[in-house]
Design a protein around this ligand. Structure first.
Ligand SMILES: NC(=O)c1ccc[n+]([C@@H]2O[C@H](COP(=O)([O-])OP(=O)(O)OC[C@H]3O[C@@H](n4cnc5c(N)ncnc54)[C@H](O)[C@@H]3O)[C@@H](O)[C@H]2O)c1
Length: 344
């Protein structure tokens, strides 16, 4: 079976998911859909772009002239495409809150949907992480892939959970202010604490790891490269530092970087991904600073970096396999996805 996928909303996440779908031999990108002739949409459809020759649809029929008047060739509208029965799975990567508004359209045409982390958890039957609950998404109608911060915490805490029982987690998040291309948001010269305590990240992790006692506190900082988390875990049976490094090393999509090798900051880590010629310097992996992994009595600590634009892409691809039922074995899906994307 080849899963027929359309991506609705071709921005930061949508353009990457659409490109990643094209790299899978068990998926076919039947189209992309949007409402605005953004520079991103134009670029990805250019002859040199990663989505060249992909059929473009307009998500809202009344807005088709937005695209055609801008000189874009539009094959039809998204409702028409969904009605044709040629789509198995929609990945809705529209801005936060629009996915929930689109849901009645998806229900009308009886199509399966992956929503992104900007949507509230109740938009979907299950919030997904490849390692934690792949099986729960198999055959479901609506699945949500949570945000970048949540995905990094789910991966690392799942890995840690293989070597100890986690009693309590506290995470301090320093968030990148905006995606690099955004010019309208800040801060430019300030650190901005999130006044909601706990920040939404802890409750979001709990939509997947339901019994986890986790609290998070977030601060926005004027950088675009990556988020940094300082994680503190309490346990009654602490593993050794070596055990933690081993479980992180064994888990796909987690990489250890050493300050000793020159990786002291997000800048040097991101530079690594530029130098290995990753498309758009996408870092699909969670980058854990090796030297920060510490055990002090019953307390475990580490710091990791998260590339917000890229980290959720492998989980989106796995989620398509799970929701469509094309692959029921999570490890097979993870392996296939990672090979196609060049994940280390
Ligand atoms: N940007 C990130 O770093 C990041 C990381 C993880 C998760 N997410 C989540 O992914 C989702 C998408 O975010 P993004 O950053 O890619 O957004 P974006 O603003 O970069 O792109 C959104 C795209 O959707 C289009 N769009 C707007 N309204 C639409 C509609 N009604 N129908 C179809 N298309 C429409 C826009 O024209 C744009 O091309 C959100 O839920 C967000 O929270 C974002």
């Amino acid at each position: 079976m080849v899963v027929r996928v359309v991506v609705n909303g071709v921005g930061t996440i949508g353009k990457r998911v659409a490109h990643a779908v094209k790299l899978q031999d068990d998926m076919k990108l039947v189209g992309i859909s949007d409402i605005a002739p953004t520079p991103v949409l134009r670029t990805v459809l250019e002859p040199d772009g990663p989505l060249y020759k992909t059929d473009l649809y307009c998500s809202i029929p009344e807005m088709i002239e937005n695209l055609t008047n801008a000189g874009m060739y539009v094959k039809g509208t998204l409702p028409e495409l969904l009605e044709s029965g040629k789509v198995d799975v929609v990945v809705d990567a529209t801005p936060a809150g629009i996915g929930a508004k689109n849901k009645p359209m998806y229900e009308k045409y009886d199509v399966k949907v992956i929503f992104e982390g900007g949507e509230k958890a109740d938009v979907a039957d299950v919030t997904f992480n490849s390692f934690v609950n792949y099986e729960d998404a198999i055959g479901k109608k609506f699945v949500r892939v949570p945000s970048c911060n949540t995905t990094s915490l789910l991966r690392t805490l799942w890995a840690l959970g293989q070597v100890c029982k986690i009693d309590e987690v506290f995470v301090s998040l320093t968030r990148r202010a905006v995606d690099p291309w955004e010019i309208k948001k800040g801060p430019v010269n300030a650190l901005v604490p999130d006044m909601h305590v706990p920040s939404h990240h802890g409750p979001d992790v709990k939509t997947v790891m339901k019994d986890l006692d986790i609290k998070t506190f977030a601060i926005k900082s004027p950088t675009t490269l990556a988020h940094v988390h300082v994680v503190h875990v309490k346990t009654k049976n602490p593993p050794s530092v070596e055990d933690i490094k081993n479980t992180f090393n064994k888990t796909p999509r987690i990489l250890l970087f050493k300050a000793e090798d020159g990786y002291n900051s997000t800048a040097e880590i991101i530079e690594h991904f530029r130098d290995i010629l990753r498309p758009r310097y996408d870092m699909y992996e969670v980058a854990v600073w090796d030297e920060t992994i510490s055990v002090m009595k019953n307390d475990i600590f580490w710091a990791h970096a998260v590339h917000s634009e890229a980290i959720v892409i492998p989980e989106n691809i796995d989620a398509i396999r799970a929701i469509s039922g094309v692959e029921r074995d999570k490890w097979k899906s993870i392996k296939k996805t990672d090979k196609s994307l060049g994940v280390k």
